[in-house]
Write a new protein. Structure first.
Length: 101
């Protein structure tokens, strides 16, 4: 009697906490105004800008492949090609993806 009620309440609290944590892991905060997202090997990468430049897409592809294979990656690209955005978006997307596995 009493033990099962406590167990159910505890289970419900645990499920609710897990649900909140999962929703936090989605990472799509409305204030970020993510314009687009694209997928690289099943990893959804949210993008905060209207356009994704080709070098950024290529960097994201190399980063996700490296993360999946637990390898290092060296990126070299001229100033203004969006390295910071590509790295941050790909790394955060991988973090969300990996937490769900």
């Amino acid at each position: 009697g009493n033990g099962s009620v406590n167990g159910s309440a505890s289970d419900a609290e645990g499920m609710e906490k897990k649900s909140r944590e999962e929703s936090k892991m989605e990472g799509d905060i409305p204030q970020l105004n993510l314009h687009k997202s694209f997928f690289v090997e099943g990893v959804r990468i949210g993008w905060p800008y209207p356009l994704i430049m080709q070098p950024q897409r290529q960097m994201a592809i190399h980063l996700v492949k490296a993360f999946k294979n637990k390898k290092h990656v060296v990126l070299e690209s001229p100033t203004g090609t969006g390295k910071s955005a590509a790295i941050l978006c790909a790394a955060l997307a991988w973090q969300r993806y990996d937490a769900k596995r």
